[in-house]
Write a protein that binds this ligand. Structure first.
Ligand SMILES: Nc1ncnc2c1ncn2[C@@H]1O[C@H](COP(=O)(O)OP(=O)(O)OP(=O)(O)O)[C@@H](O)[C@H]1O
Length: 796
């Protein structure tokens, strides 16, 4: 029992503090009190055994009442384990003393314990109140904590966001840093390269200085050469101005010839109509002469019959007169000799009367026939006279016709000569103007343009730029351009066609001709090329050109020319060639005349050494009249890919290429020509941002822009006279290769919108066009021969 309680502190009934803790507190308290308590004595001084206790008895007894002895655990344990010394078992006094001492010490211990317990209780209360206040504080702190936690979580999420953005910024900064480092490295390399270059350049500089000295010497001699060249140039300029005046006079004479030609043609047609009337007159005269001859013959026949009849009647009359005479003699004989038979006499009298009646009737008839005969003779005479007149008239007219025929042949010869001269002069003019020419056309402002009062397009009125200059204002800056011809918004379709009609004529003369329209979406390319074919005044260049070609080919028939025309129409859509005459052919069209139309085939472009171009598996249609061509054009226009963009309600999404191949043969001269007329309406150039294109429309726009930029690359390479011209970069440039860089006559229309919001696009188009104007292409070659020729189809 004692060993079990050895480590246990003394229990108190109200003690709720765990024993270990209590022990610790007690011990600490004991220590503290031991160290600081003034009135207390340590237990050691009390626990020195009975001897020591005895010596201190008085003090202890007194002290037991007023002071508290401090105990340690060991003291208490020692006190509880204390064993009384074995002495004389009968010495009860000693025992009593020992017991008394032990009790005293136990009392002291209990007292100490009670005090300790009190202090514990007090402390416990204090602690409880402290605990309560601590708990309150704790709950306060908890709510505060919660609020703080909320605040902190908000702050944390804010901070997270900030961290995220900071991280992003850091990554950006890092990539920038990397870029900067890369740039720095490159700059470093460039600097070192520049340094190297500087070294080599300084060496070169020295060399150049040396060369400069030499060049200065050369410059002096060049200056001399320059002066002589200047003189030569002056001579050339004089020669050029002479040529210009010659050209002017040639133009004038050409105009004169044209006028004369029209007059001759007019004269010729008058002569022809006169000739026709004369021929018809002659025919009618011939017919009337034949009629008169027939009448004359009939009359002569009738006359001879009448004469016969008259002779017969005269014979009858003579016979009857002889009869009458013999009868009259008989009557007289009978009257004289017999005087009888009255009845016989009466019968004889009536016989005589009847004979006399017949005689008088026959006399009347003879008279009538004689009248008739004289009238017929008269008529015959008249017919003879009119036949004579007609013959003289006929001979006169024959003579006039002979004269007219001679004059006609003369005039026809003059026309042929004039035509030859016209062709020659026309080609000289075209060559002087340059074989690739650029016309600019500005369309009128449309209601949908919604433009303000700003005028961005103007036309200079100076003599040298009149009709050839255009000025565009963008961002307050004026950009002037000059082209071969500028058509303002007032120009009609006819005005534009008049300027190109000579060029179209060249196709009939055996040249390759290419006319194409370039410009931003909605600037009027389709209006210029196609116009409105059903409205006579608004027809575009394509229908007008074809009408002219057919009319002229008809007119040239008189000179012995027969022409064969073959048409094809294709479009380049998304870098793919599509045959526009393949499907939905008009039912009236002769299908046997359609060759090579193979549906679903990939079309490939091939050029031969003569600059002829062939597109495989393309539908080619023989055309004989303007009506046929119109229906083909209608069909092709219906099949063309069009769509709606922000810039144009009916925007052409493809390049439209109409080709007419012309083969002419002259049966008089045995001359043969092959011409080609290409009429092209390009798809509109536009910026993706302005077009508002997405999806398929975006793909189309990208394809259009690619081919148009290939066209500019080709033009720029030609302008710079580069060795390599990138024709193959797009289908369009490859198809037009012979027109752009070959020997054809090419004309480009640059269409411009006057809408101020399109000024940027217009400026790009005008810049491109002036670059094209600066290009020089080959000299046009006429495809003509006098033998049989290759009838392959050609685009170039
Ligand atoms: N000279 C003109 N006179 C009157 N109207 C014109 C003229 N030029 C163009 N227009 C009108 O402007 C509009 C756009 O013209 P058009 O369709 O020819 O443009 P585009 O350049 O062919 O466009 P896209 O490249 O989109 O096909 C049409 O309504 C057309 O009638």
């Amino acid at each position: 029992m004692a060993s079990r309680n050895q480590n246990r502190p003394p229990r108190s009934p109200s003690n709720t503090v765990p024993s270990e803790k209590r022990r610790r507190v007690g011990v600490e308290r004991m220590d503290r009190q031991g160290n600081t308590g003034r009135g207390r004595q340590p237990f050691a001084s009390v626990n020195k055994g009975p001897e020591a206790n005895r010596a201190n008895d008085v003090v202890s007894t007194e002290g037991s009442e007023c002071s508290i002895v401090e105990f340690t655990r060991e003291d208490v344990e020692a006190l509880l384990n204390e064993k009384f010394k074995k002495g004389n078992p009968f010495d009860s006094k000693k025992k009593m003393d020992q017991m008394g001492d032990f009790i005293r010490r136990l009392r002291l211990c209990v007292k100490w314990f009670q005090k300790l317990e009190e202090s514990y209780i007090g402390e416990k209360e204090k602690l409880q109140s402290a605990l309560e206040s601590a708990e309150k504080r704790c709950s306060d702190a908890e709510t505060e904590m919660k609020n703080k936690i909320e605040e902190l979580s908000n702050t944390i999420s804010d901070l997270r966001k900030t961290i995220f953005s900071l991280e992003e910024r850091i990554s950006k900064e890092e990539s920038l840093k990397l870029e900067a480092m890369e740039r720095h490295r490159e700059e470093k390399e460039a600097r070192s390269a520049a340094e190297n270059m500087q070294v080599s350049l300084s060496a070169e500089l020295e060399k150049v200085k040396q060369e400069k000295l030499e060049a200065e010497q050369k410059a002096k001699s060049s200056e001399l050469l320059y002066n002589s060249s200047k003189e030569y140039n002056m001579d050339l300029q004089r020669y050029n101005s002479r040529l210009q005046s010659d050209l002017q006079s040639s133009n004038d004479s050409l105009k004169e010839l044209e006028k004369e030609k029209t007059a001759i043609i007019q004269n010729l047609s008058d002569v022809r109509t006169h000739n026709k009337t004369l021929q018809s007159q002659l025919a009618s005269v011939k017919a009337s002469r034949e009629e008169a001859t027939k009448q004359k013959d009939a009359l002569a026949h009738e006359l001879s019959c009448l004469r016969e009849e008259l002779k017969q009647i005269r014979d009858d009359r003579d016979l009857q007169q002889a009869q009458i005479q013999s009868l009259t003699g008989e009557v007289a004989y009978y009257k004289e000799y017999t005087g009888n038979s009255c009845a016989q006499l009466d019968s004889l009298t009536s016989k005589t009367k009847a004979l006399e009646d017949t005689c008088s009737f026959q006399r009347d008839q003879i008279n009538r026939l004689q009248h008739q005969l004289t009238a017929e003779k008269e008529k015959f005479k008249m017919a003879d006279l009119s036949a004579l007149e007609t013959r003289t008239c006929f001979e006169e007219q024959n003579r006039i016709m002979g004269e007219l025929r001679d004059r006609l042949a003369d005039k026809e010869f003059q026309i042929i000569e004039g035509e030859k001269l016209r062709k020659k002069l026309h080609n000289t003019i075209l060559e002087l103007k340059g074989n690739i020419r650029v016309f600019c056309r500005v369309r009128p402002l449309l209601p949908e343009d919604g433009a303000g009062t700003n005028v961005v397009v103007s036309y200079p009125s100076s003599t040298e730029a009149l009709g050839r200059g255009i000025e565009l204002v963008q961002n307050g800056q004026k950009y002037p351009f000059t082209f071969d011809k500028v058509f303002s918004h007032e120009a009609s379709q006819q005005d534009v066609f008049t300027e190109i009609s000579q060029l179209v004529q060249s196709a009939l003369d055996g040249y390759k001709v290419c006319i194409f329209a370039y410009g931003q979406t909605g600037s009027g390319k389709t209006y210029t090329m196609m116009g409105r074919p059903n409205a006579p005044d608004l027809k575009g260049l394509i229908p007008r050109s074809l009408e002219q070609i057919f009319q002229t080919s008809q007119a040239l028939k008189d000179q012995g020319w027969t022409y064969k025309m073959q048409a094809s129409v294709l479009e380049i859509y998304n870098e793919t060639i599509r045959d526009l005459l393949l499907s939905n052919r008009p039912s009236g069209m002769d299908l046997t005349r359609i060759e090579n139309g193979v549906p679903g085939k990939q079309h490939t472009i091939k050029h031969d050494a003569n600059g002829n171009t062939e597109v495989s598996d393309l539908t080619i249609v023989d055309v004989c009249s303007v009506k046929e061509i119109s229906s083909l054009l209608q069909q092709a226009a219906n099949c063309r890919s069009v769509g709606r963009t922000q810039m144009n309600e009916q925007s052409s999404r493809s390049h439209f290429v109409f080709t007419l191949r012309i083969t002419g043969v002259n049966e008089n001269t045995e001359q043969q020509v092959q011409g080609v007329l290409n009429l092209i309406d390009l798809a509109g150039s536009e910026r993706l941002s302005k077009s508002g294109a997405t999806g398929d429309r975006l793909k189309e726009t990208q394809a259009i822009n690619k081919s148009l930029s290939s066209l500019s690359d080709v033009m720029f390479a030609l302008a710079k006279k580069d060795e390599h011209v990138p024709y193959r970069n797009s289908k369009l440039t490859y198809l037009l290769q012979p027109c752009l860089g070959g020997d054809s006559k090419t004309l480009m229309f640059v269409n411009v919108s006057p809408d101020p919001s399109s000024a940027g696009e217009s400026l790009c188009s005008l810049r491109f066009a002036s670059k094209v104007n600066a290009c020089e292409i080959g000299i046009p070659r006429r495809q003509t021969s006098s033998k049989s020729f290759d009838s392959r189809m050609s685009y170039g």
